[in-house]
Every structure is written in C-alpha cells, then in structure tokens.
Design a protein around this ligand. Structure first.
Ligand SMILES: NC(=O)c1ccc[n+]([C@@H]2O[C@H](COP(=O)([O-])OP(=O)(O)OC[C@H]3O[C@@H](n4cnc5c(N)ncnc54)[C@H](OP(=O)(O)O)[C@@H]3O)[C@@H](O)[C@H]2O)c1
Length: 240
C-alpha cells in the first residue's frame, strides 16, 4: 500500500516519517523537480522517495499537504478516482479572504472536492498540529493515544484512511459525512486540541452549541444540534 504525499513542507514531511515508521512505501512531491527535495525527504523520512507530483498521485492513498489555495494547481486529472486525504486548512490570515472557503454552508473539504472532480475525498489529519503528529504518536491501547477526526461520504473511503491513522499512532474518530468536517476546521474547539478520542468526540458533539456551530447551523437552515438525518453519516457507494 503506497502513500503519496503532495507537499514537502512541515506536515508533508512529518506524515512521510510516520508512514515510513508504519512500514508503508512513501513517495513525496512538491510543486517542482523532485531533485530539489531529495535531501529533505531522505533526511525526514528515510526510505521515502521524492517524485514528481503526477507520480505521487498514483498511490493507494494520496495526502494533500499543500496550502489550500494550491489545490487547483495539483494534477487534477491524476487525482480522479484516487483516495485523497484532505489535510488542508483555510486560514484567512495567510490565505487571504476567499468567499467560497469562508462560506458556512459548506465545509472547506467540500470545496476541495469540487476542485478535484472524481477524487474520493476524506477529510483528516488537518486538525492535528505538526507538533502533535511529531511527538504524540502512540501504539494502539496506549492510554494517552490521541484522536484524529475523519469525515467522508463513503465508508469504503473512510475505512482505509481510518486504518492508516491507526497505523501511524493515532485513534481515528469518525465524524460523519464530508460536510461534518466543518466541526474540526480552524476556529473550532477540536482544532489543535491534542485530545484523546473520547474528549475529541465530546468536542465534536459540542460544536453545534458553539458560536461557530450556531453560525453554520443558521446558514445551513438546520437546528443547532447534531444532524440526525442519514446525510450525516458515511454511506456505502452505489456502483454505476
Ligand atoms: N502546519 C501545521 O501544523 C498543519 C497541521 C495540519 C494541517 N496543515 C495544513 O497542511 C497544509 C500544508 O501546511 P504546511 O505547514 O506543511 O505548509 P508548508 O510548510 O508551507 O509546505 C507546503 C508544501 O506544499 C508544496 N506545494 C505547493 N504547491 C504544490 C503543488 N502544486 N504540488 C505539490 N506540492 C505543492 C510546497 O512545495 P513548493 O516549495 O514546491 O511550493 C511545500 O512543500 C496547509 O493547508 C495547512 O493548513 C498544517
């Protein structure tokens, strides 16, 4: 099972390290020539290879570890029908104001999914800081193992991502469909919380009574309470 990481910055390199430590084949790409990142990749994640972005897309799991506004510049066609983990965040402070990404009626991962037509998007790994990823990876059963939230529309996409998160030393916490990713974006209690799975679950639950949750609920025309309809959970993809 090969992991392809798009982005050789802070998050991309630490995820490459964790995936190598979990025994995965790992390839990493930046926006240009892989030769430019050969050294940093080899140093951060021995055994990982620097490749062109199109080659990184030919992986079983592709992780987006680039600034969110760079997503449209990725090899969009090569990502079609791939399992893609959206670890990006929208920071208006650094990304600038962007109406589509700031829209409370959609999560930023739904916008990323729109920019990458055909890709099977799962939101995960965005709310953990680089420090948490670097320092708090723990084996299954460890009492201090931290939780990482996952949101995706289809079980067959969410399941392998959950397994990957577990392999790299964190407990996957399923948060429902991709739209539910809004509960662990920047500005929420769960974002950067470094929490155990139970604590993280409670934070995700409390989202709907938070200030941000009320804004999102009002914009989406729903009650300020966790959604109870089937649209809130990952489902099985129908073929054809
Ligand atoms: N920092 C955190 O604690 C943290 C935690 C979780 C998630 N995140 C999210 O992860 C993303 C990356 O954050 P970061 O802190 O790792 O950023 P970073 O250190 O600035 O690294 C960004 C990387 O993206 C690459 N890149 C840009 N455009 C690309 C393209 N078209 N194809 C391939 N690679 C491209 C850059 O390569 P070039 O040099 O070639 O441009 C660079 O290697 C952001 O969306 C951030 O919100 C950050």
């Amino acid at each position: 099972m090969r992991v392809g990481i798009l982005g050789a910055g802070r998050v991309g390199l630490v995820l490459a390290h964790l995936a190598r430590a979990a025994g995965r084949e790992v390839v990493v790409a930046n926006s240009g020539d892989p030769q430019d990142i050969d050294y940093v990749v080899a140093n951060a994640a021995p055994g990982a290879r620097a490749v062109w972005a199109t080659e990184a897309c030919e992986s079983d799991i592709v992780i987006l570890a680039v600034p969110i506004l760079k997503v449209p510049s990725l090899p969009v066609e090569a990502l079609s029908e791939r399992l893609v983990v959206d670890a990006t965040n929208y920071w208006w402070e650094t990304d600038g104001h962007h109406a589509e990404l700031a829209d409370p009626t959609t999560s930023t991962s739904e916008t990323v999914a729109k920019w990458l037509p055909g890709a099977n998007i799962v939101k995960a790994l965005n709310h953990a800081s680089v420090w948490e990823l670097e320092n708090l990876s723990r084996p299954a059963g460890h009492p201090e193992r931290r939780g990482i939230a996952i949101a995706g529309d289809y079980e067959e996409d969410v399941d392998p991502v959950a397994r990957f998160i577990s392999e790299i030393g964190f407990s996957p916490v399923r948060a429902g469909a991709l739209a539910e990713g809004v509960r662990f974006e920047p500005g929420t209690e769960a974002f950067g919380a470094d929490a155990t799975p139970d604590v993280l679950r409670r934070m995700l639950h409390r989202f709907w009574t938070s200030q941000r949750g009320l804004v999102v609920a009002r914009a989406r025309g729903i009650e300020a309470a966790p959604p109870t309809s089937s649209s809130g959970v990952a489902r099985v993809r129908q073929n054809g």
